[in-house]
Ligand binder design. Structure first.
Ligand SMILES: CC(C)(COP(=O)(O)OP(=O)(O)OC[C@H]1O[C@@H](n2cnc3c(N)ncnc32)[C@H](O)[C@@H]1OP(=O)(O)O)[C@@H](O)C(=O)NCCC(=O)NCCS
Length: 154
């Protein structure tokens, strides 16, 4: 299944973890191992945004994990969110998260949460997440805020 982010821009599709690694390495994890624990776990969902010529310009992953800040029946964590600087502001990030949220709902999830980098808090707010913590430090990256979105129960 695929979803158009904006006509003629990117297509969102499910991919193997390895397909997300080059962009994850460039944008998020300079100098750190590119793998995140659980990347190959059976329920981990990896999505990529591709241009019409097949280039991966956005990535994200979702996996089941209890939320530290709110009770939920079936919480999932969002991690590894990145878009290529050349496509920022064009909707690829929103399309990736929207597709992920709809798949999480289909899998019975009722909440998605993340440790949001301070510079990305505005992005998550813009797409419907709420900020639920003060700032906390996650070395080596720096300040983060806890954010979440509650999902309709299917
Ligand atoms: C954060 C990031 C994923 C956003 O991706 P993107 O492709 O630019 O997102 P979109 O174009 O879909 O943006 C959706 C909306 O959020 C806004 N937005 C995007 N980034 C924003 C930011 N950092 N602060 C405030 N608003 C932002 C966009 O302007 C757009 O607004 P609109 O509704 O008026 O159109 C991207 O900037 C990125 O990869 N940053 C570096 C890595 C990072 O911080 N990842 C998150 C780790 S927690």
């Amino acid at each position: 299944m695929s979803t158009e982010a904006q006509p003629g821009t990117v297509t969102i599709e499910q991919v193997d973890a390895a397909a997300t690694y080059p962009l994850r390495a460039r944008v998020l994890r300079q100098g750190r191992p590119v793998e995140i624990t659980g990347d190959d776990a059976p329920y981990t969902l990896h999505l990529a945004a591709r241009t019409s010529d097949g280039e991966v310009v956005g990535v994200v992953r979702f996996h089941p994990r209890d939320c530290p800040w709110r009770e939920a029946e079936a919480a999932w964590q969002l991690r590894g969110m990145a878009t290529d600087p050349r496509v920022r502001g064009l909707g690829a990030g929103r399309a990736l998260v929207a597709e992920g949220l709809s798949r999480v709902v289909a899998l019975g999830g009722d909440l998605v949460w993340c440790d949001a980098r301070a510079a990305a808090v505005g992005f998550y707010e813009r797409i419907g997440f709420a900020t639920v913590t003060e700032a906390y430090d996650l070395p080596p990256v720096g300040p983060h805020r806890g954010m979440l979105i509650e999902l309709p129960i299917r």
